[in-house]
Design a protein around this ligand. Structure first.
Ligand code: SAM
Ligand code: SF4
Length: 461
């Protein structure tokens, strides 16, 4: 199933629509990579595309309906192009494809290819099969082979000028939280081989990438095989990545509190390259709800992890995900979540109303929380989180820290970059500083960014 397809010199347009998490962003780039040898080049508009890929997300509300509505729009484009003698291949990828494969083909028979997140390395063959068969191709296997072993070298992140990049090192999940579809759509947890991760990171660094984010649904559960069959964990991988010249910033997401080991915390102490910003979802602050969610830790255990992290890296800021209205959540449980937020103080957070995902344990649980209660709780939680985000950003005014300049700003003479905590930072400065990491003193907090002035034009060591 993974044989070679002959390269083509015919130029074809490819338009990829990406919904969902950073892993989908990364997957979309890799799908473009595997299609490049067939002549596919990215185009901005679907109307100009010989192939359109809809890379979908199934994590929350009405995911499938959203896909069918978008497919309706793509169908019109396909029909208009067909009337002009131009065929269009429509592919649906990602987690909705995995979960609803047959249903997609039944309701949208004009779709040519349906592929799950674990099979995009087989995309060139699917394109060939769809062309030969003249009918739809569906591949939602969880194959035995590691897709990373069958992918060409990453091309998208090597585009000159790219200073930041994602790198997927781990996929899938075995934790089976009560509310979550990931173990069903992305399959069992699997880690990419160490050599393959390091090689991709080196290629990225050589092409100018300075700030790398390691991705995985459970990234800190990483257990990749090393050259001699030894298993490497995430801290060991981080120490090796920190040796790569040019990679000055290393991040990883998404982590699970259960896998936040002391060795990983020590790596935050030892490696200045590990950025002081960690996405560590807690979901809820009530032990009763955490147990019902099957998260495998208590609220106090989470507080203790945060305490240890801040002890070794006092400038560490946290972001998190929260779900309000998990089945059985009472007012008292929700208050425990608010208390945890007050205790920990988050720099950033994503909060959601619990959404019933078919096939997950919580979907059929009794005591579903009414929608209006979820709404009220979400508003209260978001107000508190917003307040904390503002407070965190306010603490940065007057401080000096390194900013990696990534591009021109909106205003004339302005350049813009990223803080260690990911906020956009604008300064007045010449274009040739783009690509450098320089000290900036923050002078002002804007709604979604910071502005400051260059302290000196020497690169931050
Ligand atoms: N692996 C990560 C973890 O354990 O925290 C989360 C991955 S999930 C793709 C991203 C976020 O979506 C979760 O942290 C959770 O807050 C949210 N989410 C997942 N399923 C949900 C559901 N059924 N309803 C509402 N939010 C959900
Ligand atoms: Fe989903 Fe994360 Fe729980 Fe895995 S650990 S089931 S990805 S929420």
């Amino acid at each position: 199933m993974t044989g070679t397809i002959a390269p083509s010199s015919t130029r074809r347009g490819l338009h990829v629509i990406t919904w969902g998490c950073q892993m989908n962003v990364y997957d979309s780039a890799r799908m473009s990579d595997v299609l490049r040898p067939l002549g596919y080049q990215p185009v901005d508009l679907p109307d100009a595309a010989d192939m359109i890929i809809l890379n979908t997300c199934h994590i929350r509300d009405k995911a499938a309906e959203k896909v069918f509505s978008e497919l309706g729009r793509l169908r019109l484009i396909k029909e208009a192009r067909a009337a002009e003698g131009q065929p269009t291949v429509i592919a649906v990828a990602g987690c909705v494809a995995q979960a609803e494969g047959q249903e997609i083909l039944r309701r949208a028979p004009y779709v040519d290819i349906v592929l799950g997140p674990q099979t995009y390395h087989r995309l060139p063959e699917m394109v060939a099969r769809a062309a030969r068969a003249g009918g739809a191709v569906i591949d939602t296997d969880f194959p035995a082979e590691q897709k990373f072993d069958f992918l060409p070298d990453t091309e998208a992140p090597q585009t000159p000028g790219n200073l930041t990049s994602f790198l997927t090192i781990q996929e899938g999940c075995d934790k089976f939280c009560s509310f979550c579809v990931v173990p069903y759509t992305r399959g069992a947890e699997s880690s990419r081989r160490v050599a393959s991760v390091l090689a991709e990171a080196r290629r990225m660094a050589q092409s100018g990438v300075r700030d790398i984010t390691l991705l995985g649904q459970n990234v800190n559960a990483y257990h990749g095989e090393g050259e001699n069959g030894e298993i490497w964990d995430l801290p060991r991988l981080a120490y090796a990545l920190a040796e790569i010249p040019g990679l000055s910033r290393i991040r990883y997401m998404t982590s699970h509190p259960r896998d936040m080991t002391d060795a990983l915390i020590d790596a935050h102490r030892d490696l200045p390259q590990l950025m002081p910003f960690l996405h560590l979802p807690v979901q809820a602050g009530s032990d009763r709800v955490l147990t019902a969610m099957n998260r495998g830790h208590t609220a106090d255990e989470y507080r203790e992890i945060v305490r240890k992290l801040r002890a070794v890296r006092p400038d560490l800021a946290l972001s998190s995900d929260f779900i309000v209205g998990h089945p059985g959540e009472t007012d008292e449980d929700f208050e425990a979540t608010m208390q945890l937020v007050r205790d920990v103080k988050f720099a950033l957070a994503y909060s959601f109303k619990y959404s019933q995902r078919p096939g997950t344990p919580a979907a059929g649980a009794p005591l579903q929380v009414p929608e209006h209660v979820k709404d009220t709780r979400l508003q209260a939680l978001q107000a508190l989180l917003r307040e904390q985000q503002d407070e965190f950003n306010a603490t940065l005014v007057g401080k000096t820290f390194p900013v990696l300049f990534t591009g021109e700003g909106r205003k004339p003479g302005q350049i813009t970059g990223r803080s260690p905590w990911l906020q956009p930072v604008h300064v007045l400065g010449p274009r040739h500083l783009i690509g450098q990491e320089l000290s900036v003193k923050i002078t002002e907090r804007l709604t979604n960014s910071l502005s400051g002035e260059l302290v000196e034009e020497t690169e931050y060591a």
